[in-house]
Design a protein. Sequence first.
Length: 391
Amino acid sequence: MKHHPSITHPSRVVYTILLIGFIYTLHSVLPVYVNSSFLGLFTNEQTIGILYIVGSMLTIIGLFSIGKILERFGNYKTSLILIVIQLVLSYAFITAESFWIIAAAFILSTVVVTLIGLNLDVFLETYSDIRHIGGIRGLFMGVNNIAWILAPLIGASLIAGIHYRNVYMAAFGILFFLFYFIWKNLKGFKDPHYGHFALHETLAYILRKENLSKLFAANVILNTFYAWMVIYIPIHLHETLGFSWDEIGIILTIMLLPFVIFQYPAGRLADRGWGEKKIMNVGFIIMGLSTIALGFITSHNVLVWAIALFMTRVGASIAEVMIEAYFFKKVKPEDADVLTSFRVTRFIAYILAPAITAVGLYYSNAAGLFVILGIIVLLGLRFTLTIEDVV
């Protein structure tokens, strides 16, 4: 166990960080599935895709700058500053009427929320026992995913017609709890020494580590799946299939249940000798095949879509926790640049997802996009089948 004498017992801190992670996730997820519809009140789908791309590019820049920021201010102070900035941006969502202000707030919020998430990664990794990282990561992600399940239900209940601002008001209020719990419980945090290297040196290091580079590729594919679903599934369900937001809330809630059901047990199995590689492969196979199957569903039944999307997340939840466990068994908390690069893969995905849609629609229809996405997911097996298990 890593030693941090100025903080209370490390295991107690881990449980505190689990609570903080839940609050953070609830704030960040509440608007996720309404963002594209809210922005759609002001602009078209093509412009929405551009906003996601710009936000992702700026987030990548922000992530590659975070090492120097942590060196100067420390993880604790940085997290509090970022929460204050996010409060201002969230307030803009509630009050602004100008598309340009809302667009700017959306782009900057994408950056800030991601950096806060990286702060939580540093907190958690610093207090995690290497022998139990799979279980700890599985528990952390499982708790966070309870927020993912609650958010669509809460969000759908807050939406009145096409008035989405109540969702942003709820997200704004949650930030005060996030600030308080970090300020109250982690003020004695002692930062590790953050190794900082030039971008080309970090990328060269990752490429030299064959298993790490394969893991990064698998994570790009996984997050491309997530990004495509986050941007286009709400639009598909609401605009194309005609589901109400109450129905969409039910569908998304059922869809997300696997993240609570499977991630902690999968993490525990990996720690007990099953190995991350084997479970990761199973996850990609389930995710890819079930995504392809979506392209052949013509039903407008809520339960049919809920079950079908549930199966995609069975695979995704298993693959995700194995990727996280593998990564954090290989990388130390002071390797801020490597951690940053790992998180950047999520935003490379938000650049790829609109591109897949644009190219896919040129050759196919909306249903065909599911087939294309599923095939891309199955291509992830090229990396996961040849990765070496953690010894």
